[in-house]
Design a protein around this ligand. Structure first.
Ligand SMILES: N[C@@H](CCC(=O)N[C@@H](CS)C(=O)NCC(=O)O)C(=O)O
Length: 210
C-alpha cells in the first residue's frame, strides 16, 4: 500500500535501484515518485528537497535523506525490526561502517574515475582516497571474501545492500573486474527475494514499459 510517510524519488536507470532494494528489504509500505533526467529532477520543487537535483532521494515523515549509502543506513535505523543493522559487537559494527563508507567513498570514486579514464596518476596515489584502482578492488575482494557469508559476518545488513549493489553493478557492466569472490557474492545477493522484487519493479518502471 502506497503511503506519504515514506516516499522514494527515483529513476529506474539510476542509483535509485539501491534505495528501492533497501526499501524492499525493510518491507514497509512506500510510495515511488519517478523523476526524469534533466526535467523533473531539476524542478524547483525537487531542488528544494535535494539541491543536487539527483536521485535517489528519500523523504520519511518530512526528513530528507539523500546519498544511496545514507538512505540504506537510515532505513536500517528507522526500521530496526527489519534486522538490517549489524550485530551488536564491535567487530560487526566496525565492519558495517567501514565497508559502507569504503564503498561510498574510495570504491565509488575509483570505479567512476576508471570508467571515465580519469584515474589519478600513480605518483599521486598517496593523495587520492582510493590509492589506485587495483588497491581499491583488491581491498573490496578481501572485504567480500572474508565475509561469512555477509560483509559483517553471519547477518545480512544494509551494508550488503550498498556494497552488494556496487558489486552487482560492477560485474554487470564490467567496471569491476570479474573475480570468483565477487561472482559468489552476486549469486547470494541476487537470491534474495527483496532484490528480485526491487529489480522487477524497476525493470517494469523503465521508460517505454508503460
Ligand atoms: N552520491 C549520490 C549520487 C547520486 C547520483 O549521481 N545520481 C544520478 C543517477 S545514478 C543522478 O541523479 N543524476 C542526475 C543529475 O545529476 O542530473 C548517491 O550515492 O546517491
Amino acid at each position: 500500500m502506497a503511503t506519504d510517510d515514506l516516499v522514494l524519488y527515483t529513476h529506474p536507470m539510476s542509483r535509485g535501484r539501491i534505495a528501492r532494494w533497501m526499501l524492499e528489504e525493510v518491507g514497509c509500505p512506500y510510495r515511488v515518485e519517478l523523476l526524469g533526467y534533466g526535467d523533473t529532477m531539476k524542478s524547483d520543487a525537487f531542488l528544494a528537497l535535494n539541491p543536487m537535483g539527483k536521485v535517489p532521494t528519500l523523504v520519511h515523515r518530512g526528513a530528507v535523506v539523500t546519498e544511496a549509502a545514507a538512505i540504506c543506513a537510515y532505513l536500517a535505523e528507522a526500521f530496526p525490526d527489519a534486522g538490517l543493522r549489524p550485530e551488536d559487537t564491535p567487530q560487526a559494527r566496525a565492519a558495517y561502517l567501514r565497508w559502507l563508507f569504503f564503498a561510498a567513498g574510495p570504491l565509488e570514486a575509483a570505479v567512476t574515475a576508471k570508467s571515465l579514464g580519469l584515474l589519478a596518476p600513480a605518483e599521486r596515489a598517496q593523495m587520492v582516497g582510493y590509492g589506485s584502482f587495483e588497491q581499491a578492488i583488491d581491498t573490496l575482494e578481501r572485504a567480500v571474501g572474508g565475509a561469512a557469508p555477509w560483509i559483517t559476518g553471519a547477518r545480512f545488513t544494509a551494508a550488503d545492500v550498498y556494497v552488494g549493489a556496487q558489486v552487482i553493478w560492477g560485474q554487470m557492466f564490467k567496471s569491476i573486474p570479474e573475480r570468483p569472490v565477487f561472482l559468489d557474492y552476486v549469486e547470494r545477493l541476487q537470491a534474495r527475494p527483496a532484490w528480485q522484487r526491487a529489480n522487477a519493479l524497476d525493470d517494469a518502471a523503465m521508460p517505454g514499459k508503460d
